[in-house]
Design a protein around this ligand. Structure first.
Ligand SMILES: Nc1ncnc2c1ncn2[C@@H]1O[C@H](COP(=O)(O)OP(=O)(O)O)[C@@H](O)[C@H]1O
Ligand SMILES: [Mg+2]
Length: 362
């Protein structure tokens, strides 16, 4: 379906949809969107196409998808402030940590900042610390990517390396997430990035969340902390930070909040992405170590597969798999995975996936 958009207005598309720019000039979170360029808007995601010139789009809407035109740009002008500050600092690498509740626009802000950094010829590393709604790598892991060109969403970046956490709910894995982010931060720092952007999870309220975020800041030592805030939900957390390098920006008025169901669908999409072309591999227990100790279940229902992390030599994270069967006599594990390298260590997580890779409750 063709849709003409006035200059300086935004076409908002709620996926699942596919959008192509037929004529004109547009951008998505600061990423140039050129004529004949097409992008997919995933289910549960909203993408804003800001038309800097009169533009015509060809939009294919999937089931339940919608679109509408909004006056102006949905990226708040104030999002440019932290970007201007970062571009004015010589120090390398400059580390920026993003805070915000669920669905406040953290990933969108990261995307916008990343695109502006790329436009200013900066080399960017981005760490994804949001295990419940991962953009980079599968959910239940933290990971990082290096960006060399502008992107419409972080999901398009190539996963460089990660760390398996095994759960998707941040409060249940605070220590592990801290360890994971510190580990990948050390690696990302070696990659000669000018700017390192760290996205975090939406666990920001209550004493446990505040303690966790303060530990994260202490460990990762960001030069700047940017809070993306809908109302004043970050007030308590930010009051502990104070001082220089701490900034709050408002969420976009065009924010779209996701239902629990949509959040689950988005998580399942990440498992499917990293289990594409997966096969059943058989690992003898004599050749792999399994963690945590005693975590190998006695029997394994293939319909209730357990998400696992596969590691190679030297702590190299290979990727994810799903434990589907156990042969106690032969002492072997059957694991559905796309990884073809032989793992040396398996870490058993807590997420359960059926054969369609849908999450199921224990
Ligand atoms: N500036 C914006 N313009 C249009 N849509 C936005 C904007 N900021 C966020 N959104 C939409 O709101 C939803 C939630 O934002 P997201 O960045 O995914 O939040 P978070 O990472 O904090 O969970 C997304 O679908 C996103 O596309
Ligand atoms: Mg996000």
């Amino acid at each position: 379906m063709r849709r003409a958009i006035q200059p300086n207005n935004t076409l908002i598309v709620d996926g699942p949809a596919s959008v192509e720019l037929i004529s004109g000039k547009a951008e998505v979170f600061g990423c140039p969107f050129n004529e004949l360029q097409r992008t997919v808007v995933r289910e549960g995601k909203r993408m804003p196409f800001f038309a800097s010139e009169p533009s015509v789009f060809d939009v294919v809407l999937g089931a339940g998808a919608t679109m509408h035109e909004i006056e102006g740009n949905t990226v708040p002008e104030t999002w440019n402030r932290p970007i201007q500050i970062v571009l004015g600092v010589e120090k390398k690498p400059l580390v920026i940590l993003i805070l915000g509740t669920s669905d406040s626009g953290k990933s969108s802000f990261c995307t916008y900042m990343l695109n502006k950094m790329i436009a200013a010829k900066r080399r960017v590393a981005i760490l994804d610390g949001d295990l419940g709604q991962s953009d980079i790598g599968p959910c239940a892991t933290v990971g990082y990517a290096i960006a060399t060109k502008p992107i419409v969403e972080l999901y398009d970046l190539r996963y460089q390396n990660g760390y398996f956490i095994g759960v998707t709910s941040p409060p249940t894995a605070v220590a592990k997430t801290l360890e994971g982010l510190t580990t990948i931060m050390n690696e990302a720092t070696q990659r000669q990035a000018d700017v390192i952007i760290i996205n975090t999870d939406g666990f920001v309220s209550g004493i446990d969340a505040i303690r966790y975020k303060l530990s994260l800041i202490k460990e990762l030592k960001p030069n700047m902390v940017v809070g993306v805030q809908i109302n004043d939900e970050l007030a308590t957390l930010m009051s502990y930070l104070g001082g220089g390098g701490v900034l709050t920006v408002p969420s976009s008025p065009a924010l779209s909040q996701r239902s629990t169901e949509k959040r689950r669908i988005l998580r399942e999409m990440t498992y499917a992405k990293y289990l594409r072309k997966s096969k059943l591999q058989c690992y003898p227990l004599s050749q792999v170590s399994v963690e945590p100790r005693g975590a190998v279940p006695k029997n394994q229902d293939p319909e209730k597969g357990v998400l696992i992390g596969l590691y190679g030599w030297g702590n190299r994270f290979l990727g994810i798999g799903v434990l589907r069967a156990i042969n106690t006599e032969r002492r072997t594990l059957k694991v559905q995975t796309a990884i073809t390298t032989t793992p040396h260590r398996l870490i058993i997580g807590k997420v359960l996936l059926n054969r369609k890779l849908q999450e199921i409750q224990g």
